[in-house]
Design a protein around this ligand. Structure first.
Ligand code: PRT
Ligand code: ZN
Length: 287
């Protein structure tokens, strides 16, 4: 094995796959994924990718078979393997929650005392119950947890929720959040210094892509008398860039804004006299 190449474990197929491979592509790393192959190598970065079931990723990374992995925090927590969480990636957000039949009363964790809870996350659920001093029976099942109360298999369930529509369809309501999750980059606990260097290079690219995702490039025309007011609204990487327009009395202002602030900022900018506002995505952002 080439000691300078790093191995990244990704989910083979499922909810994490597309965002994970897309992220790697945006880092300028070319992969030629052929059919159902388990391992592919990049020709332009010292990276090999292993495609696995998401549940197996923490084990492969903690054992050092893979140096890095992309997996949900829910799986990292459930498996309890020794891995280092290097970077939250902002996709596949969900929560692990306890849900009960919607007509049932719930007045806090104590309402679960003596109940049977079906889950595919027994360790996380036991952790939650212990933390709250609740004695309940954990029934580990494989998949389709949401049907368990309806067929008399359990009183409650503990499962992943994103939109909540699965719970709704099965007449259940979410009562407690056990943990919030998103996809994270994890690394092996002990990497050689050579590999660590490659990981740093990959991380530098990843962070540039992630930062850019949260930001927009904004261009607007502003009457000169409003430039100060408008630039005060736009922090930018340092401060906004201001150019004179060919038409006298007007300037063009360029800046970077946070996606989350976007609509709120646009309203304020219009009120301050900005016109011809253009907003575009940013591909990479190097701090
Ligand atoms: O085959 P493999 O083992 O690799 O895949 P998998 O079937 O175990 O996992 P997959 O692809 O379904 O999910 C991978 C990861 O996506 C999870 O570990 C989470 O980190 C994340 N994720 C985000 C979700 C959800 N959102 C999600 N909603 N995983 C599962 N769900 C399921 C949930 O279990 C429930 O059945 O979707 C349903 C609820 O969704 P809503 O939108 O109706 O609330
Ligand atoms: Zn899985």
């Amino acid at each position: 094995m080439d000691s300078k190449r790093i191995t990244l474990a990704l989910q083979k197929s499922g909810r994490l796959s597309e965002d994970s491979t897309d992220l790697i592509a945006r880092c300028g790393i070319e992969l030629r994924r052929q059919g159902g192959r388990l391992k592919v190598s990049s020709g332009n970065f010292p990276l090999d990718i292993l495609f696995l079931r998401d549940d197996d990723i923490p084990e492969y990374v903690s054992d050092g078979v893979a140096d890095l992995g992309i997996v949900g925090q829910n799986i990292v927590r459930e498996k309890g393997r020794e891995v280092r969480v290097v970077e939250p990636l902002g996709f596949s957000r969900c929560r692990l929650s306890i849900a009960i039949p919607k007509a049932e009363e719930f007045s806090g964790p104590a309402s679960l005392e003596g109940k049977t809870i079906a889950t595919t996350y027994p360790n996380s659920l036991r952790g939650y119950l212990d933390e709250h001093g609740v004695r309940a029976q954990v029934r580990e099942i494989q998949g389709s947890t949401e049907v368990a109360p309806g067929i008399g298999l359990a009183d409650a369930i503990c499962d992943l929720v994103s939109t909540g529509s699965t719970l709704l369809t099965h007449g259940l309501r979410e009562v407690e959040v056990v943990l919030h999750s998103e996809a994270v980059l994890v690394s092996s606990p002990d990497l050689s210094s050579e590999k660590q260097k490659q990981v740093e290079e990959l991380l530098f690219r990843l962070r540039s892509v992630l930062r850019a995702r949260e930001s927009k490039y904004i261009l607007l025309n502003v009457p000169n008398e409003s430039v100060d007011q408008v630039t005060a609204l736009l922090p930018g990487l340092r401060s906004p860039t201001v150019f004179p327009l060919a038409e006298s009395g007007w300037s063009s202002v360029h800046a970077v804004i946070e996606e989350g602030d976007f609509w709120h900022k646009i309203d304020e900018l219009k009120r301050a006299g900005a016109e011809g506002i253009l907003v575009s995505p940013i591909e990479k952002m190097i701090a």
